[in-house]
Design a protein around this ligand. Structure first.
Ligand code: NAD
Length: 496
């Protein structure tokens, strides 16, 4: 299998880089983990690719006391540590660092704000990336307004989590709306920036082949799996207040579900796409308690248990969720959607599998097995799309049938390599600058997703039942397997 970098190298060969106009980007939380690991290396890669020009100004803003020269050294180290792109010319790093400034600033006080206002250029796109804890999103919006930096063409980028329930998401939407129009708010779900996720739309709506079959008449069920092999690590403090339902299902898995299930939008424009996604969320039935399984990983000789990694050693926060969802509309009535996500599972693997129904009748007497076509969209690793088809087993032994994959791994389809595969953050930040909101969540979408999630969490809290333990490196609790076995189906293996 080809690695991510290699796949990327292919894509660059076929994609044109269209430079964006010079812009000012302020990264609130510019010294944080996300900035170091994703935002800054991503910006450097876009600079290397020629998409960001030398007129651009990138300003780190955080509480840490440092000057611009020190920040440039900070960025240099972050890129050395987290940029794994061999295609990037490191000779360009000094030029890139020349685009960087820094301001010490307190989101909750008045320090630094006038300095920041003085650093911005008056006649260009300005974007403010809220890469800070969610408790500060409202403060930042308010202070940007107070210090006259919120113009009608300013954009704000808001990180996850967007609220922890419907009420808090509504409150956050309200405070942002006081200072920014919805067209200026870019709520990030980095899953939407993944190349394969966008390809999912291309495959569905760019081909005649799939769409006629894309309904409950032909699709038996759909599985969405986002499996992580790591545990909570140092994020235990945050995670224990959140859990897999809030951290993964409400946002990432929900977004994937929407893209798989939505009706074709009339055009590929932000509101047309998001209108269709919203209709899917609103058509979701409430989940019954016997349709959902929550788990928590246990420890073994080499790995600590979840409870060992968080402060509350009696914690009942789930690190695994599997559920069966139903979409009550004409297209999907009768086709269940099985969603599964968890930490410390067998391997890191994310995929969507569209499992078609068996052929209604077999004409081959020698063959008594079931054969169903499966369209698999792999998000990680080895992004690509695979279609399982049934063919005759080669040889003279009669009409014996076997299932083989028609592999559409991008690298293989597009030819050998040479460049870089844009990380989701790279793509999304450039969309912000271009003013394209298609791959960002709209406020009403987020609220609808919470409205569906909240009753599930409320029922768990009422029942006070602890999540089921599962072994590190497994596929989750056995009850999750039973969830599908009861329906005469089974999960696809979680494999690299
Ligand atoms: P972090 O704790 O590593 O960094 C927080 C940043 O905010 C620091 O730069 C800090 O100086 C700054 N900050 C804190 N209080 C401030 C204040 N009062 N005024 C000004 N600046 C202040 O956090 P992180 O991991 O970088 O996460 C940032 C945001 O991104 C969070 O909303 C998080 O949920 C989200 N996020 C992070 C990741 C990740 O991988 N780290 C992934 C997805 C989403």
């Amino acid at each position: 299998m080809l690695k991510k970098r290699k796949i990327g190298k292919v894509l660059k060969m076929v994609s044109r880089v269209i430079p964006v106009a010079p812009f000012d980007l302020v990264i609130f939380g510019g010294t944080g983990d996300l900035a170091r690991r994703k935002i800054l290396p991503g910006l450097f890669r876009r600079y290397c690719a020629g998409q960001i020009g030398n007129q651009t100004h990138i300003i780190g803003a955080a509480r840490n006391g440092m000057d611009s020269a020190e920040y440039q050294e900070f960025v240099r180290k972050a890129i050395a540590e987290f940029d794994d792109d061999e295609g990037c010319d490191m000779g360009k790093l000094d030029d890139f660092l020349g685009l960087m400034s820094y301001v010490t600033l307190d989101a909750r006080g008045d320090t630094g704000w006038n300095t920041l206002a003085g650093m911005l250029t008056s006649d260009r796109i300005r974007a403010f990336y809220f890469s800070v804890g969610p408790g500060l999103f409202g403060d930042l919006a308010t202070r940007l307004h107070k210090h006259d930096m919120a113009r009608s063409d300013s954009r704000i980028v808001v990180e996850k989590p967007f609220g922890r329930d419907l009420q808090s998401a509504r409150a956050l939407n309200k405070v942002l709306a006081e200072h920014f129009d919805e067209t200026q708010i870019y709520r990030i779900d980095h899953y939407l920036g993944k190349e394969t996720v966008q390809n999912l739309m291309a495959v569905r709506f760019g081909n005649m082949l799939f769409e006629p079959l894309w309904n409950s008449q032909y699709v038996d069920h759909i599985q969405i799996t986002v499996a992580e092999s790591v545990g909570v690590g140092t994020r235990g403090g945050y995670y224990d207040k959140s859990g897999a339902m809030r951290d993964m299902v409400q946002n990432h898995l929900m977004q994937l579900l929407c893209l798989i299930a939505m009706e074709p939008p009339a055009k590929f424009d932000p509101d047309a796409v998001r209108d269709e996604k919203l209709k899917v969320i609103r058509a979701l039935d409430p989940v019954e308690m016997d349709e959902i399984v929550r788990g928590q990983y246990q420890g073994d000789a080499t790995h600590p248990s979840y409870r060992d990694q968080v402060e509350d050693h009696e914690s009942t926060t789930e690190t695994f969720v599997a559920l069966r969802a139903h979409i009550s509309n004409w297209r999907w009535s009768g086709t269940p959607f099985y969603l599964r996500t968890g930490k410390r599972l067998r391997t890191r693997a994310s995929e969507i599998a569209v499992v078609f129904k068996d052929a209604p009748h077999s004409i081959f007497e020698e063959d008594d097995r079931h054969h169903s076509n499966i369209l698999t969209i792999r998000l990680q690793p080895n992004e690509g799309i695979e279609l399982g088809v049934t063919i005759k087993e080669p040889g003279p032994g009669g009409m014996r049938l076997i299932d083989v994959p028609l592999d559409m791994t991008f690298a293989e389809a597009l030819g050998p390599d040479k460049a870089d595969f844009p990380d989701a953050y790279e793509r999304l930040i450039m969309d912000v600058i271009r003013g394209n909101q298609t791959l960002f969540m709209r406020g009403d979408e987020v609220e609808a997703a919470w409205a569906w999630t909240d009753p599930i969490i409320a029922q768990w809290q009422e029942s006070e039942a602890a999540p089921l333990g599962y072994a590190s490196g497994s596929s989750g609790p056995d009850d999750a397997l039973m969830l599908m076995h009861r329906d005469g189906r089974r999960w696809r293996e979680i494999k690299p």
